[in-house]
Design a protein around this ligand. Structure first.
Ligand SMILES: NC(=O)c1ccc[n+]([C@@H]2O[C@H](COP(=O)([O-])OP(=O)(O)OC[C@H]3O[C@@H](n4cnc5c(N)ncnc54)[C@H](O)[C@@H]3O)[C@@H](O)[C@H]2O)c1
Length: 269
């Protein structure tokens, strides 16, 4: 998908990787960047900061609220016209509590924002893309959606769900010979603040600039699935060939993945 001259909407675009991807898209000549985020203060500062690179519009939309997404969609179409690229990037993790400590609100909010919201947003913009037979949906999931990990059961579930939906959508569109493309992205821990406190013994924690650039590249190349770093593509392979207790031992204990969340603090505000 060509980014130059496109209109790109990024949810969660007022912070972290969403904000970086917005800047990169403008640098590549995107016609309009539309930011949807829940944090009005960050929306304002991001619009001001990125406007020097091109046209930026920011809207406060809670992407887990179906009515807000519908209203937001109507407003965007009215003010900006059709959107070419949607990046579902908004996401949360509420804590590193074990599952027995998770509250009803934490469970529903996490699934609502990480799994259901990308569906709401895509459901709003996809019909226009199908009519034009062109467009791109990029879903930012997580490496945590590819293997079980203690102290992130609900987050992991939300991202497993997002991967399953995103992959199914891609296959569905492919089967109908549509030219609307879907890219699923599953990054490892990335240093944006969201996962502050995480300790990774073997695999280095990634730089947000690096991951954002990889995602933009994946959109441009219509990549189907981008595990970042690349080695994560092979997780499913190892899960398939190794007996589960051996996989748990190697990835969980030797590589230390199952202890990465032990000292998680997350973003302070
Ligand atoms: N940082 C990591 O280690 C990492 C690793 C893998 C995947 N991811 C995923 O990448 C995406 C971006 O992560 P990040 O690290 O840049 O996080 P971030 O916290 O910097 O950005 C997330 C953005 O989403 C917004 N948001 C939260 N709830 C929202 C809602 N209901 N409606 C609209 N906006 C909402 C926040 O205000 C914030 O601006 C997330 O989906 C995250 O799960 C992150």
């Amino acid at each position: 998908m060509k980014i130059s001259n496109s209109k790109i909407l990024i949810t969660g675009g007022a912070s972290g990787m969403g904000k970086m991807m917005g800047r990169m898209a403008l640098e590549k000549g995107a016609k309009t960047l539309v930011i949807w985020d829940i944090n009005q203060e960050n929306i304002n500062s991001t619009v001001t900061e990125l406007s020097k690179y091109g046209e930026v519009k920011g809207y406060r939309v809670d992407v887990s609220d179906y009515d807000m997404v519908q209203k937001g969609y109507e407003q965007v179409v009215k003010e900006c016209g059709g959107i070419d690229i949607v990046v579902n990037c908004a996401g949360i993790i509420t804590s590193n509590k074990t599952f027995d400590q998770q509250t009803r609100q934490e469970i529903t909010r996490t699934i609502g924002i990480n799994t259901i919201a990308p569906m709401f947003v895509t459901r709003a913009f996809l019909p226009d893309m199908l009519k034009r037979d062109s467009g791109h949906i990029c879903n930012i999931t997580s490496a945590g959606g590819m293997l079980g990990n203690p102290r992130m059961s609900v987050y992991g579930a939300s991202k497993w769900g997002a991967i399953g939906w995103s992959e199914s959508l891609r296959i569905e569109l492919n089967a109908s010979h549509s030219h609307v493309r879907v890219t699923t992205v599953a990054p490892y821990y990335t240093n944006t603040g969201m996962f502050d406190g995480v300790k990774s013994k073997v695999f280095p924690i990634l730089k947000p600039e690096y991951v954002s650039r990889k995602i933009i590249r994946a959109i441009e190349k219509n990549t189907i699935f981008a595990g970042i770093p690349f080695g994560y593509h092979f997780i499913r392979f190892w899960q398939f060939i190794l007996p589960i207790p051996l996989f748990d031992f190697i990835f969980g204990e030797v590589f230390g993945i199952y202890h990465t969340m032990d000292h998680f603090t997350g973003r302070k505000n």
